[in-house]
Design a protein around this ligand. Structure first.
Ligand code: PLP
Length: 368
């Protein structure tokens, strides 16, 4: 309707008079014809100025940093969802996801949605109302999947452990043999605690009982092996904004094994440095997620102040714990483009400074 725009003193965009060749004011629709919206209101309503979000180092549990190639791809022209080009790209993505998930013949598919949409798709497609749904519950996202099962009308049975603990093979198998469920669910990488749950025995026991297994691989996919085929997972769900932080083409470029190794090495460097500072990891060695580290907050240190200083002074985001781990751990993600030795070193230096400013003095302890 209006062809020209300008900014007023408050930098709001305002519409200027109609451009040449447009109908005269008298030809414009009356107030009634504009459905009651006054012309004055239309012409003075602001258009938001371009977004300028702060640049952060996303060392939290997700979202992780986005690779420049992703930004480049996002700026490309949109195509319709029935366009042949769309099918071609969709097909490529499905193929490229296979090695990332560790499956040869499994069906990989992409949904527009977050990790929870993937969980929801898994539960609502494979857990029938009235079915027995066995959940290994040791953190926040295990509770979320239980809740989804309940809403689906399933009979949810839970094997519960304190947050941060994992399930040993024997007890996991015993639970399944006892309950004889139709579907079993576990969280491979529990982001609320930093604990990694092995799935081999769970899957074997579930299959013996004739059950399907759903695994939430949201925080592991792209940063560490998920091994769907080898583990025996029937339905694995994940998301793009954690270990992937880039389009599938990029992962293929780096090589998934190289990518895992890069994340493993960064995790190792991080843990060694953390322990050398006298800090402790929340999760027992061997049960830790490479992409998401939970570091115990030392006594007397104000978790929120340490995190606040990092964010305000260095634009570094790390997160705290929640639920039973509130105030007890930092949750530090080292994923995607930030999973390099230099970035880890930068984070460690700044974390050390922020802890010192809060009065923390390293007290080295013998590494178990
Ligand atoms: C293990 C796990 N499962 C599921 C989700 C849900 O993913 P989203 O936040 O993308 O819905 C998350 C998110 O952090 C997660 O860490």
């Amino acid at each position: 309707m209006f062809k020209q725009m300008a900014r007023n003193a408050d930098h709001q965009v305002i519409y200027l008079a109609q451009a040449a060749g447009e109908p005269e004011a008298s030809d414009k629709p009356s107030k009634d014809e504009t459905m009651g919206v006054k012309q004055q209101e239309i012409s003075s309503s602001p258009i938001f100025s371009p977004l300028q979000p702060p640049r952060r180092y996303l060392f939290g549990p997700g979202p992780s940093m986005v690779h420049p190639r992703v930004y480049e791809a996002l700026s490309k022209p949109i195509v319709g969802h029935l366009d042949p080009y769309f099918f071609q790209v969709m097909g490529d993505i499905q193929q490229l996801l296979k090695p990332v998930f560790g499956t040869k013949d499994g069906v990989t598919t992409v949904l527009s949605g977050t990790g929870s949409a993937g969980m929801e798709a898994a539960v609502s497609n494979f857990v029938e109302p009235g079915a027995k749904f066995a959940v290994f519950a040791n953190g926040y996202f295990c509770d979320r999947i239980s809740e989804m099962g309940k809403r689906q009308g399933a009979q949810v049975v839970r094997f519960e452990k304190p947050w941060g603990k994992t399930f040993a093979d024997e007890e996991a198998a015993e639970f399944i043999h006892l309950e004889k469920p139709q579907v079993v669910a576990y969280v491979h990488a529990e982001t609320s605690t930093g604990a990694l749950q092995s799935g081999n025995t769970i899957c074997a026991a579930a299959h013996e009982a004739g059950a399907l297994v759903i695994a939430d691989c949201v925080t592991s996919l792209g940063g560490m092996p998920v091994n769907v085929d080898e583990t025996g997972i029937d339905i694995a769900c994940s998301c793009t904004q954690k270990g992937l932080s880039c389009p599938p083409g990029l992962i293929a470029e780096e090589g998934i094994a190289n990518r895992w190794e890069r994340h493993r090495q960064c995790h190792q460097i991080f843990v060694e440095a953390i322990e050398a500072m006298g800090l402790r990891m929340q999760v027992t060695k061997g049960q830790r997620i490479w992409t998401l580290n939970t570091v115990c907050i030392p006594d007397g240190v104000d978790d929120a102040k340490v995190r606040g200083r990092l964010l305000e002074e260095k634009s570094i985001e790390i997160l705290g714990g929640f639920g039973p781990l509130a105030g007890k751990v930092f949750r530090i993600g080292i994923m995607g483009p930030l999973a390099t030795e230099d970035h880890v070193q930068f984070l460690l230096d700044e974390l050390k400074k922020s802890l010192s400013a809060e009065g923390y003095r390293p007290q080295p302890f013998p590494i178990a």
